[in-house]
Design a binder for this molecule. Sequence first.
Ligand SMILES: [Zn+2]
Length: 445
Amino acid sequence: MVLQDDALAYLLNFLCGLESEAAGSAARSPLRIGYTADPVEMERYDLVFVPSGFFTSGSYGSKESLPRFRLPEIEGIPFLFGSNRVERKGETLIVHADLPASAFCFLSRYEEFCHPEMRDLHGRFNARWSLLSANGFLSKPLVDEYTGLIKRLLQETGRKMPANGSSLSKLWLTHDVDAPFYCQGLRSFAREALKGKGLGTALRLAMRNPESDPYYTFQYFFDMDSFAASRCPFPVESIYFLKGGGGSVYDKPVYGLASEKMRHLLWAIRERGARIGLHGSYSSGKTGQVLKEKACLERAIGENVTLFRQHYLRSCEPCGFNSLEKAGIRDDFTMGYPDAAGFRLGTCRPVRWIDPACGRLSNLWLHPLAIMDNTLFQESYMGLSFAEAEEYCLRLVEQVRIHGGELCLLWHNNNVSVQDYPENPVPWIRLLYSVLIDCLCGSDR
Ligand SMILES: [Zn+2]
């Protein structure tokens, strides 16, 4: 596989923290960056990475192409290919660590592409199998560490490099609406009656006003997210991901978008200035049915949908990302590991996906998902206590701040209910959200 020219240019600029100044074009970059082993060609550049042969080797795409043993390091930062030699020839800084290939592996999820057999019950590649996790770099964005290293090396040669802002570039407050209401009408009536709650109680639960439903915690999110938007010194956007279909048992409860209750919710979301994205069903990635679900959501809200997250954070293998792009999705927010919070893409910056199957630079932006609520408390995932979760989350927030990246949080409406229902799993999930918002706003509310 050969990385296509625009993909290589984008990767080199991204690696050097120059992606916003020269998106997709090395020619316009203020820094001349080369990827070559040719000594004559090297003279044309300010910075050269020496290729390790990763992209041209016969083992590309196989498990054998990935390192299995202890990784080499520069200044304590591990990388996958090449050597730790750094030298200067004339005006050119030459880095023998193949940081472009290493960054490519994390940013494109090449590792998952090489290991299609490593999937959990839900078809997902787990954090515990990843190179990032094995090397203790899930809670630090490794590709952004490369960027910091390159900037330091260039500064040592006297070159001025743009500094990180020491602040988040953006905060995404996102909410997957898996179950908008605990009580959905007649079906809920039957369920509650079968639980032995008595016909009167069951009827009251099933028929009551949507805003008093235990899962209708949207007002809490509206208030918290508006507070964040008004107080944080960086842009804040709130997104509600809603389903547009789904037939798997894991898609239950299936909800229509045309009911009076849902129309009320859609109106309330938009009234508060939040955005609406598609929560792709359990099977949407592989079957390409994302187009159908997107059309269904668009009909309900009367506008184009370009934001996406897949239910269960299911595996987004190349075919999944390709079908998203074909369906007109511009921004994906699925890229977090379900079983461990952290930096699945090795970065906290939004990045254009490069297809590891053909080296093509896509128009699909991946927004790293750092923290999902379920990941923190579920016993089969991290199983943390409130104190442990707070400490871990604040460490991730600090990493995003240091690297000037985006922070994306995912909190579910049904996890922050304050009503006493057995489905309300962990009371501190709501408290943690408030703590994080306060911390991000610098508020002592
Ligand atoms: Zn979901």
